[in-house]
Design a protein. Structure first.
Length: 202
């Protein structure tokens, strides 16, 4: 939202006193408030969710950013009751980044963390986030995965009303931190749309 330099329909009116000005001054553009941050050249409100989550939500498809923002906020309110912080630690992922991630544990050092090749993950279409559970600054998904999984499961219950699917419900290669928005199209259909230069939501 921004300020307009127009007078929004205000018309010049006749005034018998010529000393009174007939034009209103252009209002000054407001500065960024303490509750806002400039991220990727966009000013967004981070007064509700944390800055890291807000930044990752901003990488998602524009049509679902508000959905994830509302869901994350609801989850973060619940997390506080358990003494946790719940944050989006990743969002959109380029196909090149996905290819490198897929290579990990296969052709490059590290353990296997995904079965999705480039173009075969909803991260590649701006439809998914990975969430992290933190307590006292510690990343529980790494240090206490079973405790983190328990909270991801609670977040998954909330996600259902937002049309967000949880990776922990998958039958194979369960991905507990993973949440993705379902748009009713297969990965193959979305790949074709992207290759044709079209929007995946058409």
């Amino acid at each position: 939202m921004g300020w307009s330099s127009r007078d929004n329909g205000l018309r010049r009116r006749s005034d018998r006193n010529p000393s009174k000005p007939t034009n209103l001054p252009t209002p000054a553009k407001p500065s960024i408030t303490p509750e806002q941050k400039k991220i990727n050249n966009s000013v967004i409100d981070v007064s509700s969710i944390d800055e890291r989550s807000a930044k990752n939500v901003l990488t998602l498809h524009s049509k679902i950013q508000s959905v994830f923002r509302d869901w994350i906020l609801e989850c973060q309110i619940l997390a506080k009751a358990f003494g946790y912080e719940y944050k989006a630690i990743s969002g959109n992922r380029t196909w090149e980044e996905q290819a490198k991630l897929y290579a990990q544990g296969r052709t490059t050092p590290g353990k296997i963390v995904t079965n999705a090749k480039a173009g075969y993950s909803n991260h590649n279409f701006g439809l998914a986030v990975d969430m992290g559970v933190f307590k006292d600054g510690k990343y529980l998904d790494g240090s206490k995965p079973s405790e983190a999984e328990a909270f991801h499961r609670k977040a998954a219950d909330i996600a259902k009303k937002y049309n967000i699917e949880w990776g922990g419900d998958w039958k194979s290669f369960k991905d507990y931190p993973h949440f993705e928005y379902k748009i009713g199209k297969s990965l193959a259909q979305m790949r074709t749309l992207i290759q044709e230069g079209k929007d995946i939501f058409i």
